[in-house]
Structure formats: structure tokens, C-alpha cells
Design a protein around this ligand. Structure first.
Ligand SMILES: *Cc1c(COP(=O)(O)O)cnc(C)c1O
Length: 337
């Protein structure tokens, strides 16, 4: 039986080309700064996004949490959308790692605006936590892969500058956002103090994210990464997969987006589906008449595995291990359900 794994874009396995690049990597001890492949990945990613420096970490959770630690002091507050991964899916790390509270906004599919942020910045008063950071996510996971354009981001960056707030981007799926908006990675550097770029989502590397920032921030981030237990040794084997992904798996993301569009279109015709959110990138969120668990089980019996994200909501995520014939098969199953 065909298996189509639509649970997450983290389930991908290295392609033969990526695996070969990993096996051929030149490595050293990265805690000593001696792994040339890690150094090359950090420099490459920083250059791509117009940032000064980078640090390779085991996960996107770690790059986000290090950024929050770098950009805040205990007793501070950060502002983010209520769906933000940093708040919902990082285990309470904002409070635990940084001693920081979170002010949540109710954005449009996870996207917040300067107008929404401005009134939530606390005045200087000993009763209030000191607002020091804004975190944006692009694309927004819980928003079903919704995107900010740089035109949306520019006024937020202006506001942050004028109020002396830092601005961090959780770019777990930043390349999906770039493919959708047509914005250029290089232009991102001037708006953000920190950028997390995930290599193990749609880009298909087995492990790793890179945090990008200025030289002083990354120097401090190395200290924090060590404290978090994320100082890796011959990590070049993993960084090589990241370099390969940046060179070979960015262009193809538009295939995943096209596949998401095909599934969303089909779902919108299904009588058992009540609502399909716009499939802007590689994620399709849809609501079902029957409980989501029931539908997930029915799909599972046909070899299509996916996750419920609410009592009546299901998520499909497209990625490089979902091929056109699997999309076709899925369309057939959706029609017949
Ligand atoms: C997956 C994800 C992360 C990081 O996840 P890790 O599994 O820790 O690499 C961060 N932000 C968003 C929006 C994500 O989807």
C-alpha cells in the first residue's frame, strides 16, 4: 500500500545527494570553532540574509530560545501573536530560560501589525514588565502557512527601532514565505535583529537550524548555546546537509506549494469538509463535519497519515518526500471518502 506522510515537513529523510555531501564533509571540533563545514554553513546563511554572523544549533527551538535570551533580561516582556511557536510549542521556554513574560496579540492567521503592537508596549513604570522584544513567525505554522511580506514587516521594524525593541524572526519556514511573496532573503537583514532559519523542515536536512544576528549577539549566543547543552563537536556532517539543502532544495519548495494548492482545491469540493483555509504555502488546514479523529483514522486506513490540530481541524503538510503520484493518490482517496 502507498503511504503518504502528511503529518509534518520534519519527516523527510536525506536524499542520496544530501547523504553523499554529509559523508564527504570535512569536520573538526565545532566547540573549538574548528569545524570548517559548520563555519561555512554559518557564513553562507548569514550572507544570504544580509546578516553579519550565524550559529548552527540542533533545533529551531534552540535558535529561538537563544535569540530570546540574547535580546531580553529577566523581568522583561516580549510581544508575539497568540499562535506563536515560541509561546505554544517550546515548552514554556520563554519563562524558564529567560525569565520573561509574554504579551499575546490576536493577529490575522498569526500575523500581527505595528498598529496592534504599539498600544501593547509597556510604559516605563515599575509595575509593568519592561517590553524589550517582538517575535514574528514567517510563515505562520498555526496560521496554515500564512505569510508576511517585507512591506508588512517594514512598519513593525520601524516601530521597534523607535521604541528600542529588538525584533526576532522565527523563520522555521522562511524559504516557503520567500517562495510565496517573491521577497528576497538578502533584504531581510535590515529589518531583523535575529533570524532563525530551519534546515530540517521543508529544506529536508535531518537536523539543524541557524540563528543569524550581528557579531556581538552571535558571540554571546555561543555562550548561551553551550549552557543549553547545544555545543556540538563534529557537527559538520550535519552542517553539510544544511549547505546541500540551501543549494538544492530552495527552488523546489514551489512544488510543495503547488501540491498544497491541489489538495486544498480538492478538499473544497468534498461534502465532508466544512472549511478550507487558503493554502498559501506548504500547509493545508481544513475543518471537518465529523470529529477530526474519525477522519484521520479513515485516511490512515488508506495509508494517508496526518494530524488533527483541533476537534474538527486537520492539517496536511507537503514536503520533498511527497511526490506527484502520492498527491494524485491522495486526491483519489479524498474524493472517495
Ligand atoms: C518546527 C518549528 C520550529 C522549531 O522546531 P524544532 O523542531 O525545534 O526544530 C520553530 N518555529 C516554527 C514555526 C516551527 O514550525
Amino acid at each position: 500500500m502507498i503511504t503518504v506522510d502528511l503529518r509534518s515537513d520534519t519527516v523527510t529523510k536525506p536524499t542520496p545527494g544530501m547523504f553523499e555531501a554529509m559523508m564527504n564533509a570535512k569536520v573538526g571540533d565545532d566547540v573549538f570553532g574548528e569545524d570548517e563545514t559548520v563555519n561555512a554553513l554559518e557564513a553562507k546563511a548569514a550572507k544570504m540574509f544580509g546578516m553579519k554572523a550565524g550559529i548552527f544549533c540542533p533545533s529551531g527551538t534552540m535558535t529561538n530560545q537563544i535569540a530570546i535570551k540574547c535580546f531580553t533580561q529577566p523581568l522583561d516582556e516580549l510581544i508575539a501573536d497568540q499562535t506563536a511557536h515560541v509561546y505554544r510549542y517550546e515548552g514554556g521556554g520563554i519563562a524558564f530560560n529567560s525569565g520573561v513574560s509574554t504579551r499575546l496579540l490576536d493577529g490575522n492567521r498569526g500575523r500581527i501589525t505595528a498598529e496592534m503592537i504599539a498600544p501593547e508596549i509597556n510604559a516605563e513604570n515599575i509595575h509593568f514588565p519592561h517590553t524589550s522584544l517582538v517575535v514574528l513567525e514567517n510563515t505562520v505554522n498555526k496560521g496554515g502557512g500564512s505569510c508576511y511580506t517585507l512591506n508588512d514587516i517594514a512598519p513593525i521594524a520601524d516601530l521597534c527601532k523607535s521604541k528600542s525593541l529588538k525584533l526576532h524572526l522565527d523563520g522555521a519556514r522562511i524559504f516557503n514565505a520567500l517562495a510565496n511573496t517573491g521577497d528576497k532573503a538578502l533584504d531581510y537583514g535590515k529589518y531583523f535583529d535575529g533570524i532563525s532559519v530551519c534546515l530540517s523542515k521543508g529544506l529536508g536536512a535531518p537536523v539543524g537550524s541557524v540563528l543569524l544576528a550581528d557579531v556581538a549577539t552571535i558571540k554571546y549566543a555561543r555562550r548561551i548555546r553551550k549552557v543549553f547543552g547545544g555545543g556540538m563537536r563534529q557537527a559538520g556532517f550535519l552542517a553539510a546537509a544544511g549547505i546541500y539543502a540551501l543549494d538544492n532544495h530552495v527552488e523546489r519548495l514551489k512544488i510543495d506549494h503547488a501540491h498544497a494548492g491541489i489538495l486544498a482545491e480538492e478538499l473544497s469540493k468534498c461534502a465532508w469538509v466544512t472549511n478550507v483555509l487558503p493554502a498559501d504555502t506548504n500547509i493545508v488546514l481544513f475543518d471537518t463535519k465529523e470529529p477530526a479523529d474519525v477522519i484521520v483514522n479513515k485516511l490512515g486506513e488508506k495509508g494517508i497519515i496526518c494530524l488533527p490540530t483541533g476537534p474538527n481541524r486537520i492539517r496536511f503538510v507537503l514536503h520533498l518526500d511527497v511526490h506527484p503520484e502520492q498527491v494524485e493518490y491522495t486526491v483519489g482517496v479524498l474524493k472517495g471518502l
